[in-house]
Design a protein around this ligand. Structure first.
Ligand code: NAD
Ligand code: SER
Length: 311
């Protein structure tokens, strides 16, 4: 079994992805890498290395020395954090990608996973059942970096045969790891506040509908996409992926079914404008057709698991 590197492994997706890949391929086959000096306890069942995605020479040296063949590149600034630091967001979100794409172009890496986002869409995109191929005029630095990244992934595939695969993740909802500065983070925070205080103040307005997905579906999609035969992967920018769509008010209502005393109020901040520029729901028929994708968690099922598991 050749070695896999997950760069940006200590975040919301990385934590669960490393555990899932280790369960599948063996603990020693999957190296977790992030900026932290120490490996977080949850990931100490396998190798960990401190690695800065922006330290091109070190990343190259490690991947070549260890003969890594597959990389999941997760290090990035998310939408809300990126708006506060646009220069650095552009640098981090783009430079690390080129380092990894070039290693694949040189033949060192056989396969790359790099995540895109619903943030590639903008206010001029059809908001309902957003098609795979449509108008894309993102208005956030995060969305612009993801759209540019998609274009480069497709370019490296077409020009150099690089086997790079990507998903436009919706907002992801998880209980094993916390979200890291996105506009959809409210849909995780709400469960912690519901359990701890029975009430939540939402930074988006009550009727802001966004595409979301439970983390188990997102991890399964990632692994299924990476395992699909190359000839089935017709889209080398990034695949649309749909889980469930809801507004904060609808989510609160589902929580109240299981926790009737829960209350919510609203205090929209700068993230409202970001959310307003994103779709309500996503058409993922291309992923369904090409690699048989199907989501398993609807809002009700996700709410039940979250309320049972958040600490
Ligand atoms: P996160 O912020 O939770 O985790 C990112 C991880 O990268 C953190 O552990 C951080 O320490 C690490 N990191 C940051 N800079 C680094 C560097 N220079 N070198 C090495 N590691 C570094 O993010 P996430 O939610 O896990 O997202 C991972 C990827 O998925 C990102 O590209 C993000 O844009 C994308 N994505 C996430 C969501 C979501 O809802 N979580 C949705 C769409 C796309
Ligand atoms: N969940 C992410 C964010 O809100 C979407 O890419 O930034």
């Amino acid at each position: 079994m050749s070695k896999i590197l997950v760069l940006g492994s200590c975040g919301q997706i990385g934590t669960e992805l490393v555990l899932a890949l280790r369960a599948k391929f063996g603990n020693t086959a999957v190296v977790a890498a992030d900026l932290r000096d120490e490996c977080p306890i949850i990931l100490n069942n396998g190798p960990y290395i401190k690695l800065d995605a922006l330290d091109k020479e070190n990343v190259r040296a490690y991947i070549i020395e260890q003969d890594i063949k597959e990389v999941y590149l997760l290090a990035a600034l998310l939408s809300a954090t990126a708006e506060k630091n646009p220069d650095f967001a552009w640098k981090l979100n783009m430079e690390g990608l080129f380092t990894i794409l070039d290693l694949a172009k040189e033949g060192q890496l056989q396969k790359i996973f790099w995540p895109s986002s619903i943030a590639v869409f903008g206010p001029t995109t059809p908001a309902d059942q957003t098609p795979q191929h449509t108008v894309m005029e993102p208005t956030t630095v995060y969305g612009i970096s993801k759209q540019a990244g998609e274009r480069w992934c497709e370019y490296y595939h077409n020009k150099f045969g690089v086997d790079v695969r990507s998903i436009r993740y919706p907002g992801l909802i998880s209980y094993k790891s916390l979200p890291g500065g996105g506009t959809t983070d409210y849909a995780v925070d709400i469960f912690y506040k519901a359990k701890a205080e029975g009430k939540f103040t939402c930074f988006l307005s009550q009727d802001t509908m966004l595409p979301m997905m439970f983390m188990d579906d997102a991890i399964r999609a990632t692994i299924e996409l990476m395992e699909a035969p190359a000839e089935q992967i017709k889209i080398r920018s990034a695949y649309n992926l749909a889980g469930c769509s809801f507004t904060p008010a609808e989510l609160a209502k589902e929580i109240q079914v299981l926790q009737p005393n829960f209350t919510i109020d609203y205090a929209p901040d700068f993230r409202q404008a970001i959310a307003d520029s994103w779709p309500n729901s996503i058409d993922d028929s291309a992923a369904q057709k090409d690699w048989s994708w199907k989501a398993q968690f609807d809002t009700k099922a996700m709410v039940k698991v979250m309320l049972e598991n958040v600490q």
